[in-house]
Write a protein that binds this ligand. Structure first.
Ligand code: GTP
Ligand code: MG
Length: 447
């Protein structure tokens, strides 16, 4: 069988080497470089299918009139683009053929393809390139963030926050998970609300922060505390993406926390899970199945469909981020809830992030300190020690600390007092500076 080199064929057909190689690749023909050769039969098929490269005859009356603006997720195929345009994939392929490009519907729609389609179908394509860039940035950020220190790094459980729009099912999801996945209580232990639930799935732990919604998340972030490893973004499949969905995803993105999307309420007849995918793609969350890197799981917090898969995906994302901590370094963590209990005094739920917290330790947060008298977990058990990614209620703080405050352990009560005094002085100084600044501004305002 006779053969022809790619560059020779390209010349014959009036194509650039690159374009021809793209066509060959799309057809599944393996060529390494433009010096590679292909058999004459393949060459002929390509030649015939391209035919006479037609001059693009666009109906001039439609041009510029009511141009449709379409957001195209990166990695979209020709048929994805056709769907976005509301035309048949076959029509898109035909239009491309007429423009001299033999491109299968499954091929990725590159800039050149989009240019042709935009002219033929009078549309403007906005490729979510910037969104992808942003995703890359976020990824870099999350890799930088919270680098664990210490020599004895060990895998730790992921800490998950559930976020989403009002009524989309955050509480229902948490309830379902708690009801079905929190392992049997220890004898005598009573499940109690401490602000976080720890569940075990396939023998591995996942910590869910119980405060759904982004208030908690935001207040922690405002203080620079980062406790969440993974955000589950709940979007109701009947309602679709709503303002708070976008707000939540922006918060998560800004802090570089990976997002797993739970498309909820798929038991409902009016559920449209693919619309959710489309809508979130426009915000830079491109589903894996569309060539992006965001995991989407269809679930029902009512029937339980998909919840196992969701938990598996959470663990997968945790693995990808290699969450580790050193249980032997000085303990530190974050306050996630705190209140004044009449009988017990100040009670704070904390997440230990590094080291191992022990009863008797002296803890100092940003506004309070105390000696740990007792630690109680979400199943009502008294713990003597709590390692990384453990949520515990602590008794012993002298004042009620605020959620989002970080804490660490110091060697003595004296050290704790000195530290708190220093923090309070710094705060006072900062406050007086702001005051003075505001007065000046007021002055200028009046002038
Ligand atoms: P807020 O806390 O008010 O923001 O709402 P939420 O996101 O916690 O939603 P919640 O779990 O309270 O659910 C809102 C409503 O949707 C309730 O009536 C739930 O019963 C219902 N719901 C939640 N999940 C599902 C689901 O998967 N399927 C169906 N059919 N209904 C659901
Ligand atoms: Mg709720």
């Amino acid at each position: 069988m006779s053969k022809i080199r790619v560059y020779e064929l390209a010349k014959m057909l009036g194509l650039s080497n690159k374009d021809l190689m793209q066509i060959l690749e799309d057809l599944g023909v393996d060529v390494k470089t433009h010096m590679s050769s292909i058999d004459a039969e393949t060459a002929q098929i390509i030649e015939e299918s391209l035919g006479e490269p037609k001059t693009k005859d666009k109906p001039s009356d439609v041009k510029e009139k009511g141009k449709k603006v379409v957001n195209v997720p990166p990695g979209s195929s020709v048929s994805d683009v056709a769907n976005l345009l509301g035309i048949k994939p076959a029509d898109a392929v035909k239009a491309l053929l007429e423009a001299g490009k033999m491109i299968p519907a499954g091929a990725t729609a590159n800039r050149e393809i989009l240019d042709i389609l935009s002219e033929v179908f009078n549309a403007e394509f906005v490729v979510a390139d910037s969104a992808q860039e942003e995703q890359e940035k976020d990824k870099a950020k999350s890799q930088q963030r919270k680098k664990p220190e210490g020599k004895n790094l060990q895998p730790r459980a992921p800490i998950v926050t559930v976020m989403g729009h009002v009524d989309h099912g955050k509480t229902s999801l948490l309830d379902y998970v708690r009801k079905t996945k929190v392992t049997e209580r220890e004898a005598g232990g009573i499940t109690q609300h401490i602000g976080a639930s720890t569940l075990e799935y396939n023998g591995r732990k996942i910590v869910f922060l119980d405060t759904p919604g982004h208030e908690a998340f935001t207040s922690m972030r405002a203080r620079g505390a980062q406790v969440t490893d993974i955000v589950i973004l709940v979007v109701a499949a009947d309602d679709g993406v709503m303002p708070q969905t976008v707000e939540a995803l922006n918060h998560a993105k800004a802090s570089g926390v990976p997002i797993v999307v739970a498309v909820n309420k798929i038991d409902k007849p009016e559920a449209r899970p693919d619309r959710v995918r489309q809508q979130l793609s426009e915000h830079g969350l491109i589903p894996e199945e569309w060539g992006g890197d965001t995991i989407f799981v269809d679930i029902s917090a009512k029937t339980g469909v998909g919840i196992d898969q969701l938990l598996e995906m959470v663990l997968l994302v945790a693995d990808m981020h290699e969450l580790k901590a050193d249980p032997t370094v000085d303990p530190r963590g974050v306050i996630i809830e705190a209140k004044l209990d009449r009988g017990k005094g100040p009670v704070a739920t904390v997440i230990v992030q590094e080291g191992t917290l022990r009863v008797g330790n002296i803890v100092v947060s940003e506004s309070s300190w105390g000696k740990v008298r007792a630690m109680i977990d979400d199943r009502g058990r008294n713990l003597k020690e709590a390692g990384p990614s453990t949520a515990v209620e602590i008794l012993g703080f002298n004042d009620v600390p605020s959620p989002g405050e970080t804490f660490k352990v110091v060697g003595s009560e004296k050290e704790a007092r000195t530290l708190i005094d220093k923090i309070k002085q710094e705060e006072k100084l900062a406050a007086s500076k702001t005051e003075r600044h505001m007065t000046l501004e007021e002055l200028y305002g009046k002038m």
